[in-house]
Design a protein around this ligand. Structure first.
Ligand code: ATP
Ligand code: MG
Length: 232
């Protein structure tokens, strides 16, 4: 997409209206490659390409998730004040906990979709822990450190299913290095884990859980397994 191209907003009306904008505004071609609407169109296109199919209509219907996204937006606007493009700023992270199927990943991608029309350059990266380990596994022709930095330095990162895979010393080291980098630099991160708060320490260990507790707004998604409900 270039900055002169209108985009299809068929399944974006709710996310756009949530910010008080209209689809016509988003598709307002001003010719300026840096204006708010151009950035919004780029972000919506990024989301269309990277949000998994079943979450393509997701929005954060959990109030606390939406509040976190609003706070991130406000902080990013403030920290970018005066610059031509408005980019994601330093901010607290979000930790979504709860049993299988309650909607953690839905809220996470919902938050990313909700952020898209704001006119801020998010350019988020998303991965599950299992995919992260697969991407970092040493293999010929791939520099694992370069791969690691792609996640560690992402401006906004979704790390889904932390602590779901079986731990080894190697996965523990990856978790620690990644979370520690995000923690020390206050890089906003959305994390999900299918445990209850009291089980977190057991799953990810002392040093990771201690950092998560300090750096994150923690939200427990309650309810039953929505997949079983849907099947019933
Ligand atoms: N708020 C919601 N509105 C509509 N559908 C939802 C909502 N939350 C979740 N769902 C649907 O319920 C199912 C389970 O949601 P999701 O994948 O987010 O669960 P999860 O908590 O991430 O589960 P797991 O721990 O297994 O990863 C999906 O089909 C999802 O689309
Ligand atoms: Mg999930």
């Amino acid at each position: 997409m270039d900055h002169l191209t209108r985009i299809n907003l068929d399944h974006w009306h709710d996310a756009i209206a949530a910010h008080g904008y209209t689809p016509e505004q988003i598709n307002d071609i001003t010719g300026d490659p840096y204006d708010q609407w151009t950035v919004a169109r780029k972000e919506i296109t990024h989301a269309d390409q990277h949000v998994p199919f079943i979450y393509q209509h997701a929005l954060p219907d959990h109030d606390d998730v939406r509040a976190w996204a609003d706070s991130l937006t406000a902080a990013s606007r403030k920290q970018s004040a005066g610059r031509i493009t408005t980019s994601v700023g330093r901010h607290r992270s979000l930790l979504l906990l709860g049993p299988t199927g309650t909607g953690k990943t839905h809220q996470a991608y919902g938050a990313l979709r909700y952020l898209a029309p704001t006119g801020i350059n998010w350019r988020w990266t998303a991965t599950s822990s299992a995919d992260l380990y697969a991407a970092l596994r040493p293999r010929a022709g791939v520099d694992s450190e370069t791969e690691f930095r792609r996640f560690a330095h992402a401006r906004l990162l979704l790390l889904d299913d932390l602590g779901a895979a079986k731990n080894s010393e190697w996965t523990e080291e990856i978790n620690f290095r990644l979370i520690n980098h995000r923690y020390e630099n206050q890089l906003p991160t959305i994390l999900t884990s299918n445990v209850l708060p009291k089980e977190l320490l057991d799953r990810v260990g002392d040093r990771v859980s201690s950092r998560l507790i300090e750096m994150c707004d923690r939200i427990v998604i309650k309810g039953t397994d929505r997949r079983k409900q849907a099947a019933a």
